[in-house]
Ligand binder design. Structure first.
Ligand code: TXA
Ligand code: MG
Length: 331
């Protein structure tokens, strides 16, 4: 049965979602980054269904979403750096990977048996209202089929998962457009596991030190071997559209679609289709448009998508990370 698409502004939208989650249902909801697919974090059966709906390997753990800092502290242990980052950036697009707290109520399946847990306090009013009304943490991966581009609209969620989940709360397009930045605070220096909606420079400004990098094996998508904490989901070919991408393209070849940034390059007029991430070269606008433009160009029937060069500062780091994964060879 197809999911019910409920406008988040409907009077009883959150109430219906809460009832559904309490029965072990799966509810997609907007966050400021991308749409998440929510399940009750304490319900192992619901979480098993969530992994199956996404086609996600169950060794890839989920982020627990909370309504406030007190809720986060019931799940995880905060060191001084984590406490400072939470005070500075929550609610917002930052996920912290922390040691699991004693008595953490999140199901083992959601944390894939790790002794760490990823915690996030989202800023989107619909996400906050939903989690507060449930009164418990929600696990929520991006609401796409595993390996596909993350959804930034309710329609993207319906297209990917409409037949497999129960409710989609429609709160319009998500404002940030790329997933949260993931930082591990597990002793020594905080480690950047995934660049995302909170730029690295802002984190380093608050910490007063440079963040550490996850090791090269994870970067290359190789199996994890080292001791370093990794975001196991960061496989090289994650976030992949079906059409091949040609990155840092300064021109357009015959039969290509174009994903532009700033002024159009030579040959743009012969592109099968052109979408601009930001005509004025604004990285925040580009991040907000990234996944919906990739989905649209993927459907344009082009041989290749030529992607203009994007500067790597600010949100450009996350944009280039997702583009590199989208362009990586498939397993
Ligand atoms: O913006 C976001 O973070 C969105 C919205 C819905 O909140 N969620 C999201 O979830 O992107 P997901 O499941 O698509 O990506 C979560 C990433 C995965 O790469 C996973 O491997 C990593 O977080 N992760 C989860 N728990 C972890 C842990 N204990 N240690 C290291 N990485 C972890
Ligand atoms: Mg995801």
């Amino acid at each position: 049965m197809a999911a019910r698409l409920i406008p988040a502004a409907d009077r009883d939208a959150v109430g219906q979602a809460v009832d559904c989650l309490a029965k072990g249902g799966l509810v997609a909801f907007p966050t400021e980054t991308v749409y998440g697919l929510g399940a009750d974090a304490a319900n192992g059966v619901a979480i098993a269904r969530l992994y199956a709906a996404k086609g996600r390997p169950s060794f890839n753990p989920l982020i627990a979403h909370v309504a406030d800092v007190a809720g986060a502290r019931r799940l995880a242990r905060f060191d001084a750096a984590a406490a400072r980052l939470a005070a500075a950036f929550w609610p917002g697009p930052l996920t912290l990977v922390l040691p699991k707290a004693f008595g953490c109520p999140v199901a083992e399946l959601a944390t894939a048996g790790l002794d760490t847990i990823a915690v996030r306090l989202p800023a989107h009013p619909v996400a906050r209202a939903l989690i507060a009304a449930v009164g418990r943490p929600l696990v929520a991966p991006s609401a796409n089929r595993s390996g596909h581009v993350s959804p930034t609209t309710a329609q993207h969620v319906m297209a990917d998962l409409g037949e497999k989940i129960d409710i989609v709360l429609d709160g319009g397009a998500t404002p940030v457009g790329v997933e949260s930045t993931i930082l591990a605070c597990l002793g020594e220096t905080p480690t950047l596991l995934r660049p995302g909606g909170l730029p690295r420079a802002e984190i380093e400004h608050v910490l007063g030190v440079a963040v550490a990098e996850r090791n090269g094996a994870a970067e290359a998508g190789a199996p994890e071997t080292g001791e370093a904490p990794l975001a196991p989901g960061m496989l090289a070919s994650h976030y992949a559209p079906k059409t091949r991408l040609r990155l840092a393209a300064r021109d357009v070849e015959d039969g290509e679609a174009l994903l532009a940034f700033g002024p159009l390059p030579p040959g743009a007029e012969r592109a099968a289709r052109v979408l601009n991430l930001s005509a004025r070269g604004d990285l925040e606008e580009a991040a907000a448009n990234l996944f919906s433009h990739l989905r649209a160009l993927d459907g344009a029937g082009a041989r290749t998508i030529a992607v203009a060069p994007i500067p790597s500062e600010g949100l450009g780091e996350a944009i280039n990370d997702r583009l590199a994964r989208a362009a990586a060879p498939r397993e």
